[in-house]
Structures are given as structure tokens and as C-alpha cells.
Design a protein around this ligand. Structure first.
Ligand code: CA
Length: 227
């Protein structure tokens, strides 16, 4: 996950940069609209968090010009309190969502997650149908997984778990969250079930299952997928 943060408030830049990094995102920062626009033009970001009131070039102009240049990276705009007209304008100019300042960082993260999930352009190597990491290729539509072009057998639950981790990569999941998301509220497996399935996935997909590169343990918290 690569995020471009275009924001001129130093305090907010520090807070958000710290938080994004702790979520496992790569963060690029631009503190004015002009350099933000130039960085966004590279097209290498999965998401742009774009303030409206910026030196040199405002957020609306940045967003409009990016869309005109064919850059489809999802944009989440940060508007000042009560600027209702701004929100409408932002969406018209091609922003995908907006958040009004001041906001809770947790709210911003939730919006980001939602945007990423519904974006067909998101992250390195992923399309709606397939995903690649290391020597592994996953075809989500066919529910097929291969490693070095050899088919790998995954159980339905292993596949669901892997898909959930990948769709939410960079995010730390507790065992309970994984149980709810993958096995469902009605199922009654123990958190040990999660550990066992994680171990199986590592065994099947990691080059060195004892030192997993992609399916990582976050001590005291749970698991996350990183690529
Ligand atoms: Ca500003």
C-alpha cells in the first residue's frame, strides 16, 4: 500500500505519516499542491489523501488535473469544517470520498480501507481477478492457487482466509477478527483454528514457513499479510 499525502499542516502530516506507517503503508508526502500533483502523476500510489486548502495549487485543481491526465488513483479529500459546497465540488472534480476536518484518524483509516477495497486499480500486482506474491499466483475467480506454476491445493477455509488477508493487506487482524470475518459469527471454532490454518497456509505458500515473509505474526496482536 502506497499512500500519497498532500497536506500543508505540519502537525497533521506528522500524525498521519506515523499512523500510516504503523499500518504498514508506504507514505509519500507533499506539502503543497504543485509538488503533490507532480508526485501523483507518477501513478505509483494506491491512494491519495488530498487537502483542499494548499499552497501553490488547491486540492480541487490537483484532483481535476489528475483526472484530465488519466490518473485514476482513488482520491480522498480533506475539507475544512462546514464547507459543504466544497464536498460537492470535490466529488464532481473526481474525488472518490471526502472527510471533514477535524476528524478521528480511525475514521480516516476506515475510509481508506473502504476506498482501497472497491478500487479496481489498487495495489501493486493486484487486479480484481488475480494477485501475485513471491512465486505464488492466485486466481480469485477460479479459486485457484499456484506456486512456481504448480497448482496448490487449498481448503475452502484456507482460501477464504488467504483472500481476506490479501484484500486487507497491511492491516493487523486479531484471531477473533479473523474468526468473525472468515468463519462467520455463527461458527464456533476456537482461535486455535486460526493459528492452525495460518500454519497450513505458510506451509503451502511460504518459501520458508518457519520464517514467513508474507503471512506475518504481529506479536500480541494477530496476523497480517505484507508484500
Ligand atoms: Ca491546508
Amino acid at each position: 500500500m502506497r499512500v500519497l499525502l498532500v497536506e500543508d499542516e505540519q502537525g497533521l502530516v506528522l500524525t498521519l505519516t506515523d499512523r500510516f506507517r504503523s499500518e504498514g503503508f508506504d507514505v509519500d508526502v507533499a506539502t503543497d499542491g504543485k509538488s503533490g500533483f507532480e508526485k501523483a502523476l507518477t501513478g505509483e500510489h494506491d491512494l491519495i489523501v488530498l487537502d483542499v486548502m494548499l499552497p501553490k495549487k488547491n486540492g480541487y485543481d490537483v484532483c481535476r488535473d489528475l483526472r484530465q491526465k488519466g490518473i485514476e488513483t482513488p482520491v480522498l479529500m480533506l475539507t475544512a469544517k462546514g464547507e459543504t459546497i466544497d464536498k460537492v465540488l470535490g466529488l464532481k472534480l473526481g474525488a472518490d470520498d471526502y472527510l471533514t476536518k477535524p476528524f478521528e484518524v480511525i475514521e480516516l483509516l476506515a475510509r481508506i480501507e473502504a476506498l482501497i477495497r472497491r478500487s479496481p486499480h489498487s495495489s501493486s500486482g493486484i487486479s480484481a481477478d488475480s494477485f501475485r506474491f513471491g512465486a505464488v499466483t492466485i486466481d480469485f475467480k477460479r479459486a485457484e492457487v499456484s506456486r512456481d506454476n504448480e497448482p496448490i491445493d487449498l481448503s475452502a477455509m484456507e482460501f477464504k482466509l488467504l483472500q481476506h488477508l490479501i484484500e486487507n493487506r497491511g492491516v493487523v487482524h486479531s484471531r477473533d477478527q479473523l474468526l468473525d470475518a472468515v468463519w462467520g459469527y455463527d461458527a464456533m471454532p476456537s482461535t486455535r483454528t486460526v493459528d492452525v490454518h495460518i500454519a497450513w497456509l505458510r506451509q503451502k505458500l511460504e518459501a520458508n514457513p518457519k520464517h514467513p515473509h508474507f503471512i506475518q505474526t504481529v506479536h500480541g496482536m494477530g496476523y497480517k499479510f505484507v508484500n
